[in-house]
Design a binder for this molecule. Structure first.
Ligand SMILES: [Zn+2]
Length: 248
């Protein structure tokens, strides 16, 4: 298991280095064409790292559950990465804006502005924001292949799986999914709620053979009680954040 942790940590590290180098040489894409060209440049390395994640995850599965048939690796295609690069640059319909401190030549002062990276591709703060966004997104795409491997293997073999909080960066959304405990992987769940991960999410997905006896049961039960007690998504979010705040 610690091997797997190392593989996932390496994804974060290597992705950050690769994205930084690429943005430094390529610049922040200011057009769809530039975004797609950047994606093409990045694509082979993403495919390669996904391969490594799948290899590690499936090796872990074989060791822990030698009786299960391991699901095939899900393919990854260039359009997925193009879409990600475009979104990070803010080249879509509703660009996500970032509040940045930028130099304003008119007043010769720093000015706080809400911008999409593609609007001001040469600003140092914008370049950093683009690197942060793309690193998080590419790391998420890379790790998804491992999470899919667990999910697909559970589904293929008709066994349960569960989402577990890592204990590091837990948000209320992830806690809500974790509160479901061990569940069967359904067709609807594939790529849907149960197997959706946000940027920087470090939740794990595990195969569960016995729903009454597995490593994460205690925590899942606790979160489920919290969920039942809260009665709504909003109330659960408040309760969970309050608890996390108290722990910090
Ligand atoms: Zn998470």
């Amino acid at each position: 298991m610690s091997d797997l942790k190392a593989v996932y940590a390496a994804v974060d590290r290597d992705t950050a280095v690769a994205v930084e180098e690429l943005i430094n040489s390529f610049g922040v894409p200011a057009s769809l064409e530039q975004a797609d060209a950047l994606a093409s440049e990045l694509f082979p390395a993403v495919v390669q790292r996904r391969q490594a994640v799948f290899a590690a995850e499936s090796a872990g599965l074989v060791t822990e559950h030698p009786d299960l048939v391991i699901a095939k690796q899900r393919p990854y295609r260039l359009p997925a990465l193009q879409k990600l690069v475009r979104r990070c640059a803010g080249l879509g319909q509703k660009p996500q804006l970032a509040q940045l401190e930028l130099f304003d030549p008119a007043t010769v002062n720093m000015q706080s502005r809400r911008v999409a990276p593609a609007w001001m591709p040469h600003e140092p703060e914008v370049i950093l924001e683009m690197q942060r966004r793309l690193t998080a997104g590419v790391a998420r795409h890379t790790k998804q292949v491992g999470r899919d491997a667990i999910f697909d293997t559970a589904r293929r073999n008709g066994v349960m799986y569960a989402r577990q909080l890592s204990g590091k960066e837990n948000c209320a959304f992830c806690a809500m999914l974790a509160s479901r405990g061990a569940v069967y992987a359904t067709k609807q769940g594939a790529g849907g709620n149960g197997n959706f991960f946000h940027d920087h999410c470090d939740c794990r997905v595990v195969i569960v053979r016995d729903p009454n006896n597995w490593a994460g049961k205690h925590e899942a039960d606790r979160l489920y009680r919290m969920w039942r007690h809260a009665g709504s998504t909003t109330a659960f979010g408040q309760a969970f954040r309050a608890e996390q705040g108290a722990l910090a």
